[in-house]
Design a protein around this ligand. Structure first.
Ligand code: PMP
Length: 386
């Protein structure tokens, strides 16, 4: 059989054009073609993020955690207070990063995995804080927070707002400028549609002012004031150097972002919504239960699914044998009780890939002793995918 599909919640399958760009011989960081691609990518980030022309996009070699850490150390001084909305594993990571910066953390935690803290609870926890941090989609639970409402809440109370969009950006609806969100961060290996290796974020003018006002400078390689002139120089088509950029990935980033921009970001969001509805119809037909307790906050980028009775993590190997690589559980307290299927990026344009995944999960469930009708599940998904 051909190579199994990569259906974990990142890294994901990428387009042929991105593969070609990532497979080209490396360029110098001073090569005109690189400079042009870098400038184009920064401009396209504003389009995908829907951020203002005064906002600052950053492209830095690293992964999502580096983007998170940069937000943790560039906005607040030690001794200041942040509210962290915790909807899973990555919210806990954000809180720990802030504590290491010496920030006092107030958590608004999910009452149970798969649930959300209410806006009232967030407002209570945010009292006296200078910034609000939330995970747009927590990949460990498949829960999507209401980023628009949280950004508004932060705005009204004079807090900066930061959203970890690693499992959401370029898939879940987000409008940075219209919502007044200060930082939206992600990594290249998810819905942006690239291999892993780039940390990406856009900071609002207010966020940049907060960095400028810090008393304790962040570590150099994470410092927005070190990186900002580099991004500005590249955007102005000028040569620049602080630390070697990931030139190959930047060439691929240009391609990936152009694909998103030419499709139209609203169409991209709708494509992910449709794919998620199709996958959920299939899971329901297979007798699988989602971890998120309400469809209103169930992510469109992945499905977190409880193992049915009598089925355990050996299911994952069987799914792979049937042609799809999916992920196990991540949340420590539930790790052995659920698994995760990613459905973001280019596969959401390919009904055949989604149906192949449904059939692989269904066939593996059958072999694991869970009776189900694989073709009925595929038909349920197909009906939505058209
Ligand atoms: N936040 C979220 C929501 C994530 O899904 C991930 C990665 N799965 C991260 C942060 C960390 O990203 P990375 O693994 O690229 O450091």
């Amino acid at each position: 059989m051909s190579r199994p599909l990569l259906m974990i919640p990142g890294p994901i399958e990428v387009s042929a054009a991105v593969v070609a760009a990532a497979a080209a011989p490396p360029l110098s960081h001073l090569d005109p073609a690189l400079i042009e691609a870098y400038a184009g990518a920064l401009g396209d980030m504003r389009r995908v993020w829907q951020s203002s022309s005064e906002s600052q996009p950053f492209v830095v070699a690293g992964a999502g955690s580096l983007a998170m850490e940069s937000a943790a150390v560039n906005l607040l001084d030690p001794g200041q207070r942040a509210c962290v909305v915790v909807t899973g594993y990555f919210g806990d990571r954000m809180a720990e990063m802030l504590r290491r910066r010496g920030v006092e953390v107030r958590e608004a935690r999910m009452p149970a995995p798969g649930e959300l803290p209410s806006l009232e609870e967030v407002a209570r926890a945010a009292e006296g804080c200078q910034a609000l941090f939330a995970t747009h989609v927590d990949t460990s639970t498949g829960v999507r927070t209401d980023a628009e409402a949280l950004a508004k809440l932060a705005r009204e109370r004079g807090l900066l707002s930061v959203f970890d969009g690693v499992c959401a950006t370029a898939a879940e609806r987000f409008a940075q400028e219209a919502w007044g969100a200060d930082v939206y961060l992600t990594a290249s290996q998810k819905a942006i549609g690239l291999p892993a290796g780039l940390a990406l974020w856009v900071a609002s003018p207010r966020a940049l002012e907060a960095r400028a006002a810090l008393k304790v400078a962040p570590p150099m390689c994470l410092d927005w004031e070190v990186w900002r002139p580099i991004q500005q120089a590249y955007e102005a088509a000028q040569k620049s150097y602080f630390s070697t950029p990931a030139t190959t990935l930047i060439m691929a980033l240009r391609v990936g972002l152009q694909e998103l921009v030419s499709e139209g970001i609203e169409e991209v969001f709708q494509r992910h919504e449709r794919a998620a509805r199709a996958m959920r119809a299939a899971w329901s037909s297979l007798g699988l239960e989602l971890l998120p307790s309400d469809e209103a906050w169930t992510a469109n980028t992945l499905s977190a699914l409880r193992y049915p009775k009598g089925v355990d993590a050996s299911l994952l190997g069987r799914i792979k044998e049937h042609g799809a690589v999916v992920a196990g559980g991540l949340l420590p307290e539930l790790k052995t009780q659920y698994f995760r299927v990613g459905h973001m990026g280019v596969v959401t344009k390919r009904p055949d890939d989604l149906l192949r995944t449904v059939r692989a999960v269904g066939a593996a469930l059958g072999e694991s002793g869970h009776a189900c009708d694989v073709e009925a599940a595929a038909a349920a998904a197909q009906e939505i995918l058209g």
